[in-house]
Design a protein around this ligand. Sequence first.
Ligand code: 13P
Ligand code: SF4
Length: 304
Amino acid sequence: MKQEEIIQEIRRLAAERNALLLAHNYQRDEIQALADITGDSLGLSMEAARTDKDVIVFCGVHFMAESASILAPDKIVLLPRPDAGCPMADMVTPEGLRELKARHPGVPVVTYVNSSADVKAESDICCTSSNAVNVVNSLEADEVILVPDRNLGRYIAQHTDKKCIFWEGYCPTHDRLDVEAVKRAMAEHPDALFMAHPECPPEILELAQHICSTSGMYDFARNNPAKTFIVGTEAGILYRLRKENPGKEFILPSAKLICPNMKLTSLEDVLKSLQTMSPEITVPAAIREKAKLTLDRMLAVPRD
Ligand code: 13P
Ligand code: SF4
């Protein structure tokens, strides 16, 4: 089938199945172009909970489809590529977290949404890259356990008086970005502003004029009068940045900023998923209830 025929067939089947197509900001360009909604990990899960559609086709990675299923348990959540995982989410297990908790009794666990439902269920509250500091500062405790991203954890620690205990996980894609590559891009584009995702290592964040989530980057690029931006996150974000800001230039400082898991989902996979109504992602009720509590607590924290 030609690409245009695949797209038409996806649209026809999505209408027939009453399905909503969601795509994360790091997905391939053609998947983002096709999706009903693009967004960050938590934003998409909230769209899944909000929609009146029966089926959610989640073009992203496993933990995102799980979050959608936790927040929208009555809907069928399909993940076209079940092998699309997140290496950072896999760096922490419920057993490992229980051991850490046993060493720090009573210390609340703040878990990044980039984590499995099992790990969320072992936690007290979730956070995202856009609300992590507010979430931590909303807690009464003087000490917190931050899981699983050490880079986001160290960023939070710079913005709170609380004692932070870190899980030493990291996103291999953001962790690969090296200082030399960013400095080279800055030297080549001296008027550019550098915006970076908090999953980047601390020495990269030190160079950034703006640190924010993927959705925060769209707002920063739109509202800032600068004409050139160096982008410290996964390459997929360039699609919408360029589309929404035709007069501006966006520079990726390193060709290493590609998440292989985020690039797995193809148009063919989306079509097959709608044809077969699989693979479906579900979360067992006992885990779902506990994990949902951590997401609900996060959503109750006031935004800036
Ligand atoms: P956000 O889209 O929530 O900023 O997350 C970045 C990421 O790495 C998702 O896998
Ligand atoms: Fe996981 Fe990093 Fe890929 Fe996001 S970009 S899915 S955090 S490995």
